[in-house]
Design a protein around this ligand. Structure first.
Ligand SMILES: *Cc1c(COP(=O)(O)O)cnc(C)c1O
Length: 426
């Protein structure tokens, strides 16, 4: 038995997840399948928490908002970063404490703001216009809502442009030089109580230096708004810590991040004589490597390349198509075999971009083999669709040798969900 990547091991030539053979799981539960390891999720969370013992961690629900996974996060003491009414609904249902839920969003509807106000959660405001809308809604509901502003700190992390969110040109947040004005307005408006400040500079960030720049810029603003009279109770630095998708890839850890930003946070708070809570919002780091997508080889074809056709495509894992992401692929039933050939692994979707893995050196692949895509727990299932009339697959949770189905596979009926057929077609 040896470890292939993190919690994943190879035993008798088989990839195992939480001690159970991937091939056996597929035999019993079908294919494709998302399989998560509860123990690994908890370990990831605790590693992050240990690096930031005094901070609050708000799990970014969009990484995977399965209700059972949210409940695990709530059990671990996490709060939630929610970005929609639906995610708010799920976070509350999972038992997340209301004072540890931050409702984010760059374009919240009035309906969403009403829901957040009625739910007594904190709201991170993304524009002055939204501030005015929220003030009216809160007044109408006779409430005072704790708010922060999402700052666009204008820092540029090295990551894929589609997940870089703190650039000056980004759609998120209030431009750095207008933030103080926003707090001034908030102090004067009824129904809103500005108590925090928030940013999030991007995702899958592997060079952590931009976090130090962001922290400094945030603390510059904290100083200015404190002098305005804002009682700053939290500084939410967002998230974005990357994970090693490539095997053997060295990446910064939560401890590295803590060593970089905590001294800045602490010394600047001390200098200002304030004691706000630090908040971080990890998503990918918690869920990413805890989940494997298991697929089965439908067909092999030798054309311009050796194409391996599997039963999952960008309907279930859009990251390779959307961000050119790399996911390590293992032939689960031949996990100890040496590579023999170069393959491109493609999905069944009618789009030429439906390629899960380009030019991988793998053992000889045949129809019926099980191919596992690793590190698919963040932005995997949560970005899935029914495109091409493909039902979504099941999600399983492994814990101490037991398997729980935490989401059933969809059926054809689900393809008709909420569709109505006008009487003249009946
Ligand atoms: C997506 C998102 C996160 C989570 O980012 P990760 O890179 O997955 O950790 C945190 N905060 C906000 C506001 C987000 O939009």
């Amino acid at each position: 038995m040896f470890t292939i990547k993190n919690h994943l091991e190879i035993e008798d030539g088989q990839l195992t997840i939480g001690g159970i053979s991937a091939t056996d799981i597929v035999k019993e539960y079908g294919s494709p399948l998302y399989v998560s390891n509860e123990n690994r999720i908890r370990e990831n969370f605790r590693r992050y928490k240990n690096a930031f013992p005094d901070a609050d961690l708000y799990y970014a629900a969009k990484a995977n908002s399965n209700i059972t996974l949210l409940k695990i996060m709530a059990e671990e003491g996490a709060g939630a970063d929610v970005f929609s009414d639906g995610e708010l609904y799920l976070a509350l249902l999972a038992g997340m404490p209301r004072d540890k839920i931050l409702f984010n969003g760059n374009s919240k509807s009035d309906k969403e703001l009403y829901m957040a106000v009625k739910s007594d959660v904190r709201i991170s405001l993304d524009s002055l216009d939204e501030l005015k809308t929220l003030s009216k809604i809160a007044k109408k509901e006779d409430k005072v809502i704790d708010v922060s502003f999402r700052v666009n700190p204008d820092v540029s992390p090295e990551t894929h442009p589609k997940i870089s969110t703190g650039l000056k040109s980004s759609k998120f947040g209030i431009p750095n030089d207008e933030v103080v004005l926003a707090y001034k307005e908030a102090l004067d408006l009824p129904g809103v109580n500005p108590i925090g400040i928030h940013c999030h500079i991007g995702s899958q960030i592997l060079e952590i230096e931009p976090f130090s720049e962001a922290m400094h810029k945030m603390m510059d603003l904290v100083e200015q708004i404190t002098r305005l009279g804002v009682d700053v109770q939290f500084v939410d630095i967002g998230s974005g810590l990357g994970i090693p998708y490539e095997k053997g890839g060295k990446v910064p850890t939560p401890k590295d991040l803590a060593d970089l930003i905590l001294p800045i946070f602490k010394s600047r708070c001390k200098a200002e004589g304030i004691k706000p809570k630090l908040i971080l919002e990890p998503g990918r780091y918690i869920m990413g490597d805890a989940t494997v997508l298991l697929t089965t080889v439908n067909t092999m074809k030798i054309a311009a390349k050796k194409f391996v056709g599997v039963d999952a495509g960008f309907n279930l894992l859009i990251r390779p198509a959307m961000y050119d992401s790399y996911h390590f692929a293992v032939v689960a039933n031949k996990a100890d075999k040496t590579p023999e050939d170069i393959y491109s692994i493609v999905g069944p979707i009618c789009e030429s971009g439906d390629i899960l893995a380009h030019d991988r050196e793998l053992p000889k692949i045949e129809k019926g083999d099980i191919i596992a895509f690793l590190d698919t727990g963040g932005y995997g299932f949560s970005m899935s669709s029914q495109y091409n009339g493909r039902t979504r697959c099941a999600e399983l949770l492994l814990n101490k040798g037991c398997i729980d189905v935490i989401r059933k596979p969809e059926t054809y009926d689900d393809l008709l969900n909420n569709q109505l057929i006008p009487a003249r077609f009946l």
